[in-house]
Design a protein around this ligand. Structure first.
Ligand code: SAM
Length: 244
């Protein structure tokens, strides 16, 4: 019987944008493995995670972008994740260690999670080490020097792709909310935050830790000026409202 001596897949979160915010453990792996994968859109062949890690990637390393189509078709998406998992497994089967880079944290709204699912299913004996990264919302809270959660408070992390819909459904006992992907439907997000008495305590951070970083204190202005993709909102309930 032929035993496969797999290499290891390292899933690495490279943080929100500042190459100095890459964990030491991730840095050592990036400097050691000879093959680095990252997701790119089929439109532009660009990976922000690779751009962030670039100062640490040795010139001799191969960087291979895996294109992911921007589609809502679940069958197409599953086929793509599975095909990319097979590409990674083919390298692991050669005994090569490989890294998969993700912006922010590797398991927070990250493509790596979808590919990982297929790697674990198709090659259950292949070793996988996931290294967490600093999420964009942790970096944004640090940027504005505001605690994310304190004492007995709760924190709800939401995608803003569908606007404020989920906040309206889930907010009753929530003290703090993070809206990731707060760009296309940001107008409805601000409406929902106003309805839930959170608007005054909300701050948006765009391009956090990047050269064009922006802190938007008055997020009502986002209704007229749609922000770019790398935008999130940190919201906090105004409990003073309940006292009246
Ligand atoms: C697909 S999610 C990736 C989340 C990432 N894995 C993380 O842990 O932060 C993309 C969303 O994350 C947020 N984001 C990521 N990096 C950001 C940054 N540097 N500044 C502001 N928002 C960012 C934005 O809301 C963006 O639409």
């Amino acid at each position: 019987m032929n035993t496969i001596h797999y290499g290891t897949l390292y899933g690495i979160g490279v943080g929100p944008g500042d190459p100095d915010l890459i964990p030491l453990k991730a840095l050592k792996i990036i400097q050691r493995v000879a093959l680095i994968f990252a997701a790119s859109s089929t439109k532009n062949s660009h990976s922000q995670a690779v751009t962030i890690a670039a100062p640490h990637i040795p010139e001799t390393s191969e960087v291979r972008l895996l294109p992911f189509p921007m589609t809502k078709n679940q069958i197409e998406k599953e086929a793509c994740w599975q095909a990319h998992a097979r590409t990674i497994i083919a390298e692991l089967e050669k005994g090569r260690d490989v890294a998969f880079l993700t912006l922010g944290d590797s398991l927070t709204y990250a493509t790596y999670g979808y590919v990982l699912k297929y790697v674990l299913a198709l090659a259950p004996d292949a070793p996988v080490v996931t290294v967490p990264g600093i999420t964009a919302y942790q970096a944004a809270a640090a940027r504005i020097n505001r605690p994310l959660v304190e004492g007995e408070e709760s924190l709800l992390v939401l995608s803003g792709v569908e606007g404020g819909h989920r906040l309206r459904l889930l907010s009753e006992t929530v003290d703090n909310v993070v809206f990731m992907k707060a760009y296309r439907n940001v107008g409805d997000i601000t409406d929902a935050l106003a309805e839930k008495h959170m608007l005054d305590n909300s701050v948006a951070v765009a391009n956090c830790c990047m050269a064009d970083e922006e802190v938007i204190e008055d997020i009502k202005t986002l209704k007229k000026r749609k922000p770019g993709y790398w935008t999130l909102i940190l919201a906090k309930k105004n409990h003073n409202h309940e006292a009246h």
